[in-house]
Design a protein around this ligand. Structure first.
Ligand code: TYD
Ligand code: MG
Length: 463
C-alpha cells in the first residue's frame, strides 16, 4: 500500500506546496493551487522501471563523443518537416500546443496519414473525439490508410499496452490532458496526472524507439495549459498558432533538441484540411490595399526564408489624457523607441495622438529590421499621404535616427523583386539586387524625404 500525502499544486507551473497559499510561490499566479493526493516517494534515487540507469555512465573527453547525426525521418508533410529540421526523430517526444479549434487534430491526422502512406505503422490515441468522428474527418482528408490504427482511450496503462502491442512507429496522443493513470491519486487533467503520464510516455518512447507526439491545450494566456512542466520533459515543443478568424496557421518550434527553432511552417485551413503554403508572401500581401496612407511593406526573415509582410500604422487625434499606444504583431517597445526617435530626430511629435501599429495577416514581426517600415507607415498616416505602392523598406533604426543594416538584406530584397516590387528603401550598405532600384538612406529623415513624406507633411501644414 503506497503511502499517500496531500500537496497543493499550482495548476500553472506545477510548483508544490505543503499547505494552501493564495499565491503560487513559483510563478506568482493567484488562486492557482489545487489540492492533490500523491504517493509519497522515498527521496533516494532509484533506477527507472525500464532498467536504464542501472549502469553508471563513465565520463569521457568531450572530443571523443561521437557527434553522429540526428536521424530525422521525414513525415511527408513538407512544412512540418521544415520546422522539425527534416522530420521526427525516432524515440523522441514532441508536444504540439495550440488553442482549441486551431487545427491540431487536423494537422496530426494529416501527418499520420502521410507517414502511414509510406507503410509505417501509426497509432492515433484519441481521448477527446470518438472513433466515428475521427473516421469522418479522415475520410474528408483522404486519410483512410490501413496502417493507421485508431484507439479511443484515456487510461494510460491501456495506451501503453496498445503502443506495445501494435509496435507502432509513430503514436499521436490527442490530448495528453485527457490521459490519466488510475494508480495516481490525483484527478484526471491535474498537473500531477499530466506530468506523470507524459513522463511515462517519454520513458516508453526512449525505451522502444517509438516516436510520440502529444497534443496539449493552451490557456488563454498562451501557456501550455498547466503543465509548463511538460516542456522540460519532452524533446520538442511545437506551437500551432493563428487567428481563428483567419485561414492562416503558423507552426513553430519553441524548443527543439534536434535542430534550430527558427523555422516557420505555414498552412492555410481550407475545406480539405490544412494546405501547405509554399508562397507565403503572396498570401500576406493578398488583401493589401495599395495606395492607402499608413501602409508599408517590409521584407522580413522567418527562419531561413524571406517573408513580405504589410505593416500598418494609424495616428489619430486623441481625447485621452494618456493617449493610447496599441500594437498587434509587432514589438511595443520598438514602437515606443521609434516614436521617440521621430520626435527628437525628425521633429515629428505624436505625443497627443493615439498610435496603432499592426502587422497584417496574423503574423508577428518582432525583428528590428521592421523599424524603418513601421516608422514610414506611421509618418505616412500622420501626413495622410500614401507610400509609393511599389516600395518596400527594411532597416533597423538607431537612437540617433540612423538606419542600420540588417542580416540577409540580399535575400530579403530578392524576394521583394520576385513579388513585383521595384524600389526599396534600405541602409547605405545594402547590396545591389537585379530588378530593384535602391534608395540607400543613412538616416530616418533622409528616408522620409526619399518617399515624399517630407513634402507631404509640409503641404499638409501649409494647407
Ligand atoms: P481541429 O483540428 O479539431 O482543432 P483542434 O484539434 O486544435 O482543437 O480543427 C478545428 C477547426 O478546423 C474546426 O473548427 C473546423 C476546421 N476545419 C476546416 O476548416 N477544414 C477541415 O478540413 C477540417 C478537418 C477542419
Ligand atoms: Mg482536437
Amino acid at each position: 500500500m503506497p503511502r499517500l500525502r496531500t500537496v497543493y499544486r499550482c495548476q500553472e507551473c506545477g510548483t508544490a506546496s505543503p499547505k494552501w497559499v493564495g499565491r503560487c510561490p513559483g510563478c506568482g499566479e493567484w488562486s492557482s493551487l489545487v489540492e492533490e493526493v500523491e504517493e509519497a516517494r522515498p527521496a533516494t534515487l532509484t533506477a527507472p522501471p525500464n532498467g536504464a540507469g542501472a549502469v553508471a555512465d563513465r565520463p569521457v573527453p568531450i572530443a571523443d563523443v561521437d557527434a553522429g547525426e540526428w536521424d530525422h525521418r521525414a513525415t511527408g508533410v513538407a512544412e512540418v518537416d521544415r520546422v522539425l529540421g527534416g522530420g521526427l526523430v525516432p524515440g523522441s517526444v514532441t508536444l504540439l500546443g495550440g488553442e482549441p479549434g486551431i487545427g491540431k487534430s487536423t494537422l496530426l491526422l494529416q501527418v499520420l496519414a502521410a507517414v502511414a502512406a509510406t507503410g509505417r505503422r501509426t497509432l492515433l490515441v484519441t481521448g477527446e473525439e470518438s472513433k466515428q468522428q475521427v473516421r469522418l474527418r479522415a475520410e474528408r482528408l483522404g486519410a483512410l490508410d490501413p496502417t493507421l490504427l485508431l484507439q479511443s482511450e484515456t487510461v494510460l496503462p491501456h495506451v501503453v499496452a496498445a503502443i506495445e502491442d501494435t509496435r507502432a512507429d509513430l503514436v499521436v496522443v490527442d490530448s495528453i490532458q485527457t490521459v490519466f493513470d488510475p494508480e495516481l491519486g490525483s484527478a484526471p487533467g491535474s498537473v500531477a496526472q499530466v506530468r506523470e503520464c507524459a513522463a511515462q510516455l517519454v520513458r516508453l518512447a526512449k525505451h522502444r524507439g517509438t516516436t510520440i507526439v502529444l497534443v496539449g491545450h493552451v490557456t488563454k494566456e498562451g501557456a501550455l495549459a498547466g503543465p509548463r512542466v511538460l516542456e522540460h520533459v519532452v524533446d520538442t515543443v511545437l506551437s500551432f498558432e493563428g487567428d481563428r478568424h483567419h485561414a492562416l496557421r503558423l507552426l513553430r518550434a519553441v524548443k527543439h533538441r534536434f535542430g534550430s527553432t527558427s523555422e516557420l511552417g505555414l498552412f492555410e485551413m481550407v475545406d480539405a484540411g490544412l494546405q501547405e503554403v509554399p508562397d507565403p508572401s503572396a498570401l500576406f500581401l493578398g488583401d493589401r490595399h495599395a495606395g492607402a496612407p499608413g501602409s508599408a511593406v517590409v521584407p522580413t526573415m522567418e527562419g531561413h526564408r524571406p517573408l513580405l509582410v504589410e505593416v500598418q500604422g494609424l495616428v489619430a487625434p486623441s481625447s485621452l489624457a494618456m493617449p493610447r499606444r496599441s500594437v498587434q504583431g509587432v514589438d511595443g517597445n520598438r514602437v515606443a523607441l521609434l516614436l521617440a526617435v521621430l520626435e527628437r530626430r525628425c521633429r515629428l511629435s505624436m505625443a497627443g495622438a493615439d498610435v496603432y501599429v499592426s502587422a497584417v495577416g496574423g503574423v508577428r514581426v518582432v525583428e528590428p529590421g521592421a523599424d524603418l517600415a513601421i516608422a514610414l507607415a506611421l509618418v505616412s498616416s500622420l501626413a495622410d499621404y500614401p507610400l509609393p505602392h511599389d516600395v518596400v523598406a527594411c532597416g533597423e533604426i538607431g537612437l540617433a535616427g540612423e538606419v542600420r543594416q540588417v542580416a540577409h538584406t540580399e535575400r530579403r530584397l530578392t524576394e521583394a523583386a520576385r513579388l513585383g516590387f521595384t524600389r526599396a528603401v534600405v541602409p547605405t550598405s545594402a547590396p545591389d539586387v537585379p530588378g530593384l532600384e535602391l534608395m540607400r538612406v543613412p538616416s530616418l529623415d533622409v528616408a522620409l524625404d526619399a518617399v515624399g513624406l517630407v513634402k507631404a507633411l509640409d503641404s499638409k501644414e501649409r494647407g
